[in-house]
Design a protein around this ligand. Sequence first.
Ligand code: HEM
Length: 336
Amino acid sequence: MEVGTLSLLVLISVSLLSISLFPLKHKTKRSLYPLPPGPRSLPLTGNLLQLGPTTQPHITFTSLSKTYGPIFSLQLGQVTTIVISSQEYAKQVFTNHDFALAGRHEPDAVRVQSHHEWSIAWLPPGPRWRSLCRICTTELFASQRLDSYVSLRKQKVQELLNFINKSAKEGTAVEIGPAAFTTTLNLLSRTIFSTDLAGLNSDSSQEFKKTVEGIMVEAGGPNVSDFYPVLTPLDLQGVRRRMDRLVPVLHRAFDEQIDRRIKNREEGSIAPNDLLDVLIDSNLGVEESEFRQSLKSVFGDLFAAGTDTSSNTVEWAMAELLQNPIKMAKACNELL
Ligand code: HEM
């Protein structure tokens, strides 16, 4: 994948994850720290109407960065937003200035069931955030842990290949995005719960997958409540109403897994030593009354942060390769 494309992906992930990357909340701050350059904004809408189609903010951002440089500011309704659109500056944001820029302006969608108060992705950098991060770093992202899941990853990739081969033999078109989404989702659910929660074939149970997809659509899409916080109580687009229905479905699925595991452990079954086992043993460093809620939020975060991002990257890479036969041939040779 080209570096430019990669930085675009980072940019989109950032914009999806945070809606506004660095919203400046106080007017005084705005006057203390001059904003980077940016297009002129209209009094009520700011630059919202200049963003173009909502499915293609990356194209608008690329074109704006050609005029205003790799760091520019936009006024999105009431919210001032800084866009970083070069790989070099994105790297600085995520590494050198990580701590200073870690606080996020949470979209209204993630406030449903107080998710933001328990979420690694949305908590401000404080003791609770640090303790949840530490557990993910040591129990999920540590190289020793990742190495122990190599065979699982191979198995899931093989299942995806089998599905694609079968579709090719039958002459059925394969939608890469949804197939990659299911694969990533099952990789995560196997790592966390030692079970697949979705099937590649359309006839298998799709409720969990549909719920995760629905949550990503609601939390990642533009919501007028986020651009005009004063309108939040009205929930004009119904995002909060739909999230209010989706989040309990996800939590019920997590509760089922947690309850089953606790029962199995009480009955003396052999523990699979997956992430759920590790987290039950770790107690997450929180009070017992808060344990269930914080466990479900960690799982919600991992499924939300890990599925769409990975499957979009695969889909994007495939789209780039299809348009670039030389690189496609090179990639095929490397894989053979
Ligand atoms: C191609 C795939 C991925 C991309 C492009 C991506 C991108 C990102 C970005 C840009 C952030 C924000 C970082 C920051 O603000 O410092 C983030 C945060 C996060 N990602 Fe990913 N991610 C990917 C895959 C995953 C996977 C597979 C998981 C979990 C299994 C995951 C879990 C998380 C979590 C928990 C956070 C929140 C961290 C925090 O706020 O402290 N991501 N990701």
